[in-house]
Ligand binder design. Structure first.
Ligand code: HEC
Length: 137
């Protein structure tokens, strides 16, 4: 019985390592990771980003950013819980928002990849990065 559980755990770990989520994590280019947020987080930027987040991100990421939005039920992988801290650089948050996370429900928002009419600008996404950071409690 115990042996069997060990096998199951090992299989799950292997499945995670080769899952699209883990793969996407490794795939973000180093220069993208190192990008710094060029937009200043003033009140107007945060206000606009909050509005955008509510409209486009909240249904999956949740209004508090805990990853439990109504649209994320039964998702695999689930959106991460940002409330306890974010283990990502600003550049990574920007890059993933723009490019999406392949093989998951996190779709790209950049022009050329997003659905027509749904694209977000660099400035909007940098604003969202500030807003996401503000969700850490
Ligand atoms: C349809 C559901 C859905 C919507 C809408 C959505 N996301 Fe996501 N998002 C996800 C899922 C699922 C993941 C986890 C992907 C993974 O594990 O690879 C994710 C992951 C992310 C990540 C990576 C987080 C991390 O810490 O690893 C960022 C950044 C992100 N989303 C930003 C956004 C922003 C900004 C919006 C709105 C413009 C948005 N998402 C809209 C489902 C969604």
């Amino acid at each position: 019985m115990l042996k069997r559980n060990v096998t199951v755990v090992a299989a799950l770990a292997a499945a995670y390592l080769f899952s699209p989520a883990a793969f996407a994590k490794a795939e973000i280019p180093a220069d993208a990771k190192a990008m710094e947020n060029p937009v200043e987080a003033d009140d107007d930027v945060l206000k606009a980003a909050k509005k955008l987040y509510k409209k486009k991100c909240k249904k999956c990421h949740g209004s508090k950013g805990n990853g439990k939005g109504p649209g994320a039920k039964d998702m695999d992988p689930m959106p991460p819980d940002w409330t306890g801290g974010i283990d990502r650089t600003d550049g990574e948050l920007f890059w993933i928002t723009m490019h999406g996370s392949e093989g998951t429900e996190m779709k790209p928002w950049m022009a050329g990849k997003a659905k027509k009419g749904k694209e977000l600008t660099d400035e909007q996404v940098w604003g969202l990065v500030h807003y996401i950071r503000s969700l850490v409690q």
